[in-house]
Design a protein around this ligand. Structure first.
Ligand code: ATP
Ligand code: MG
Length: 416
């Protein structure tokens, strides 16, 4: 079945490219479906990739249909590149490749030689023909390579559950093959979806909510409210560490730490006991809204999940929403605790989230907070509070921290 199929070769000296696994084919998925915005999104994704790879020596990339091709300075940088690419949103998957400009026979021979030394029970060849001018259809390319590998190794083809997958990418002017395909983080490129301000407690939920928004292409700023001067820094330190872990997925992460204790004291002094938690939330939302105006965030984001605790009932959430104009996004609203916990483990925030701390919301909170507080009741409960004054004064009690992401050694251990 082998056909002589020379790819168009502009320069004979390039016929045999360096025989090394020194290309990475990055495939994107959702970005490719975006019609008019695709060019901008691909440019953004390429920028994010190059930024994530700073210091690895990868300084060149070119584009092919539905793909970005990275040039590795040497195969040795691959482990580092792989770990970093796993944290770049917008990538569906990526492959470590060897490249050839030669004919199909040459590539078939090369693949056969490479896999001849490997130990595997079954295999499959998966070919993608992005260059439709290439004269041989994908199934035929797969069959040609498969027949050669089978003849050499005696191993059977299994299209459903192969132990070894051989990927062949037919791109304009180049043909690449890979024995290693890595799943990407998916989603949309960071910074393509605007900025949200995440209310980050020290708990399990809000870091997961942040990660979900990042995956949709949002840049996240963070704000944490702590109980100073009535509580210590434990919750703030957890928020710092969580911000640091989350900064694996976005290059610049900034955390705003707000002392909230005095505001809580004012609420405790002037409002009914059962209203406290919802009033805390309304004040947090107002302060966060002001902060969002300064940081350019278009929405707030919380880790609320419907019915999880007393403050997260529909009436209470609506009453919190009413305190500000900005939308409050709640990406976890329909997830249960088990699903959220599994996500927290997968992104590496769980262990930090479960460290003991005193959340400021537990300060002066009654045993039975209201689960159904109307907007009217909240307004009445706030009647004696100088809301504008409290929000204004909170500005003098904000610390701003820029997170330094974990080093590459930690990246190696981080879940993808
Ligand atoms: P989490 O696990 O995220 O702490 P939770 O189940 O403990 O959530 P609550 O304490 O009711 O739920 O908080 C609901 C949401 O309100 C949090 O997910 C977070 O977005 C926000 N929030 C609560 N406390 C704080 C805080 N101290 N600082 C910043 N945001 C907070
Ligand atoms: Mg909490």
């Amino acid at each position: 079945m082998a056909t002589s199929t020379d790819l168009p070769v502009p320069d004979d000296t390039l016929m045999v490219a360096a025989m090394a696994m020194n290309r990475v084919v990055v495939r994107y998925h959702e970005v490719a479906l975006k019609g008019g915005n695709r060019t901008t999104l691909v440019a953004g994704l390429t920028r994010n990739i190059m930024r994530a790879l700073e210091g690895t020596g990868v300084d060149h990339a070119h584009r092919a249909p539905g793909r970005i091709i990275l040039h590795l300075p040497s195969p040795e940088v691959w482990p580092q590149v792989r770990e970093r690419l796993k944290h770049v949103f917008g990538i569906a998957n990526f492959l470590l490749c060897e490249r050839s400009r030669g004919p199909l026979e040459q590539v078939t021979e090369r693949i056969t030689e490479r896999v001849g030394n490997l130990d595997f029970d079954s295999f499959a060849v998966r070919t993608k023909r992005c260059d439709k001018t290439f004269p041989v259809p994908s199934p035929e390319v797969s069959a040609t390579i498969g027949a050669s590998v089978q003849a050499r190794t005696g191993r059977p083809v299994s299209l459903t559950a192969p132990q070894l997958e051989i990927h062949v990418e037919i791109l304009p002017k180049e043909l690449l093959y890979s024995l290693e395909k890595v799943p990407g983080a998916g989603g949309m490129p960071t910074a393509s979806g605007g900025t949200v301000l995440v209310l980050l407690s020290g708990g399990i939920d809000s870091p997961v909510a942040a990660h979900r928004m990042m995956r949709r292409g949002c840049s996240c700023e963070f704000v944490h409210f702590h109980g100073a001067p009535f509580q210590g820094r434990a919750s703030a330190e957890k928020a710092e560490e969580l911000t640091r872990i989350l900064s694996l997925w976005q290059p610049d992460s900034r955390l705003h730490l707000v002392s909230f204790g005095e505001i809580q004291r004012a609420i405790v002094a002037r409002a009914p006991k059962r209203a406290r938690v919802v009033l805390y939330r309304r004040m947090m939302a107002r302060i966060a809204e002001q902060l969002a105006a300064r940081t350019g965030a278009g929405a707030l984001c919380t880790g609320d999940s419907l019915g999880q605790v007393a403050s997260q009932t529909l009436p209470n959430l609506a009453t919190v929403d009413e305190s500000i104009d900005l939308p409050i996004l709640r990406p976890l609203i329909a997830m249960d605790k088990e699903e959220i916990t599994a996500q927290a483990r997968a992104i590496g925030t769980y262990e930090t989230s479960i460290l003991p701390e005193e959340d400021c919301c537990s300060l002066f909170v009654p045993k039975h907070p209201s689960t159904s507080m109307t907007i009217g009741a909240a307004r009445a409960a706030e009647a004696d509070l100088d809301i504008a004054g409290l929000v204004e004064r909170s500005r003098d009690h904000i610390e701003v921290l820029d997170a330094v992401p974990p080093a590459i050694t930690t990246l190696e251990a981080a879940p993808g």
